[in-house]
Design a binder for this molecule. Structure first.
Ligand code: AMP
Ligand code: GLY
Length: 429
């Protein structure tokens, strides 16, 4: 099969690594990165250049385009490819609204009885301020549109919520993406991520995972795009998984179909596992999670191509995919200053040595080549991943690989997956 992969981060490297194992595959990536270059032919077209990507898919006679990031999905790349008769894995623009508009997602969940916190959506600061004043407990203020993970403010009190409303609706810190805000009840509990493939009707759950969003050990410091992950999540017991399938994934896919925007692709549910109200949806994403995909792909036990092409064509394969029963851990190596501003261009050493360790994969998240040298080119630079018989073994192997890697000012969390070690071993997926 002839496949084009869109994107150039760690998630796309993990997808490329997995796709590469498919027999007879011809793979291009745009724009890709130096790690993806080992698995695919790179094309210098940006992930948001929809016209350029459609031309590329046409030129290479691509049968399936796999779209990594949310921005092109929300901008309608799947519709644009379909207009040229080209197949793509990912939702249409209308279906991508589950991620592209937080107000749409919350109103959709309310319409379909999908468990999520109470909320209000506002485009006027006065009305939002009244909601804040009337709220019983702490709130989370979210910009409606895409903000590359930055448009969420978790507030401790009303003053913080008022300030966040002002930044978004009055000062327009997030531009048009923040012209509308969602104010949500702040939920308490532990977070886990579940993703599901859908062909518009059927739903196939992928293995559970947990992200680590805060920059410092012990979940301290500002939120990042994700500092590491592990799979499976011991929080996702068979009961939790069953509940999320029946009460979240299936009703979402059915509801989207009924509303005339069938969802094909991967549906990501960010969940808060509350003590008193069970699992509740914090957010939907319309694409593979980053860095969850890195650990989930390490454990995906079969050829990925039939699953992605099946979802795209409206006919997922029957049954569930097999999973490697081992545990996968991924530690993100970040540039100094991240998640604030950070320098680029620092030489990176040790990638080959680290990747040569058994059961280790080093995915490139933000790297580029300068001549023959590999240098940093993003806030999250590398995803160092390992498989192990249990969490302890996977963690030990991942950090053994981390110890081989260097670039100036590199920082990472030392407690990725540590929280899982205090919990009992769950079912394999
Ligand atoms: P999101 O981009 O919507 O996933 O939000 C980013 C992070 O903000 C989540 O991973 C949570 O840690 C936190 N968050 C979002 N919504 C809520 C909520 N309603 N209650 C508590 N925390 C939240
Ligand atoms: N790991 C969270 C996300 O992909 O949005």
């Amino acid at each position: 099969m002839r496949v084009l992969l869109v994107g150039g981060g760690g998630r796309e490297h993990a997808l490329a690594w997995k796709l590469r194992q498919s027999p007879g595959l011809k793979l291009w990536a745009a724009p890709g990165n130096p790690g993806i270059a080992d698995a695919a032919t790179l094309e210098a077209v940006k992930a948001d250049d929809i016209g350029g990507l459609c031309d590329l898919a046409t030129r290479h006679d691509v049968e399936l385009t796999v779209v990594g990031p949310e921005a092109p999905l929300c901008a309608g790349i799947v519709d644009a490819l379909a207009a040229r008769g080209l197949g793509a894995f990912g939702p249409t623009r209308e279906a991508a609204a589950l991620e592209g508009s937080k107000a749409f997602a919350k109103e959709f969940m309310a319409r379909h009885g999908i468990p999520t916190g109470s909320f209000g959506a506002f485009d006027s600061a006065a009305a939002a301020d009244r909601f804040v004043d009337a709220s019983a407990g702490p709130l989370v203020v979210k910009a409606d549109g895409l903000c590359a993970g930055k448009g969420v403010v978790v507030c401790d009190d009303r003053a913080e919520a008022h300030a966040a409303v002002r930044r978004m609706l009055v000062e327009r810190e997030f531009g048009a993406a923040g012209a509308r805000v969602v104010l949500e009840e702040r939920l308490r509990g532990r977070e886990a991520s579940l993703m599901a493939l859908s062909d518009g009707e059927r739903v196939v759950l992928l293995a559970s995972a947990e992200d680590h969003k805060a920059v410092h050990d012990g979940d301290r410091g500002p939120n990042t795009g994700g500092m590491g992950a592990y799979s499976p999540s011991p929080l996702c017991t068979p009961q939790v998984i069953r509940f999320v399938l029946d009460a979240v994934m299936v009703p979402t896919v059915r509801g989207m179909a009924r509303e005339g925007r069938p969802f094909r692709g991967v549906l990501y549910a960010g969940l808060m596992l509350t003590a008193d109200r069970g699992p509740m949806v914090l957010e939907f994403n319309c694409r593979f999670g980053d860095p969850e995909t890195q650990v989930v792909m390490l454990r995906f036990g079969e050829d990925l191509v039939p699953w992605l092409s099946g979802a795209a064509a409206g006919r997922l394969p029957a049954g569930d995919p097999r999973w490697d029963p081992r545990v996968a851990v991924s530690v993100v190596l970040a540039a100094p200053g991240y998640p604030g501003s950070y320098p680029q261009g620092a030489p990176i050493t040790g990638v080959e040595e680290a990747a040569a360790l058994p059961d280790v994969a080093v995915f490139h998240a933000g790297t580029r080549r300068r001549g023959t040298e590999l240098v940093t080119a993003g806030g999250r630079v590398l995803d160092v991943c390992a498989l192990g018989a249990d969490l302890g073994a996977a963690r030990a192997r991942a950090y053994e690989a981390v110890a081989r890697l260097r670039f100036e000012g590199m920082h990472f969390r030392r407690d990725i997956a540590a929280r899982g070690q205090s919990l009992a071993r769950p079912s394999p997926s």
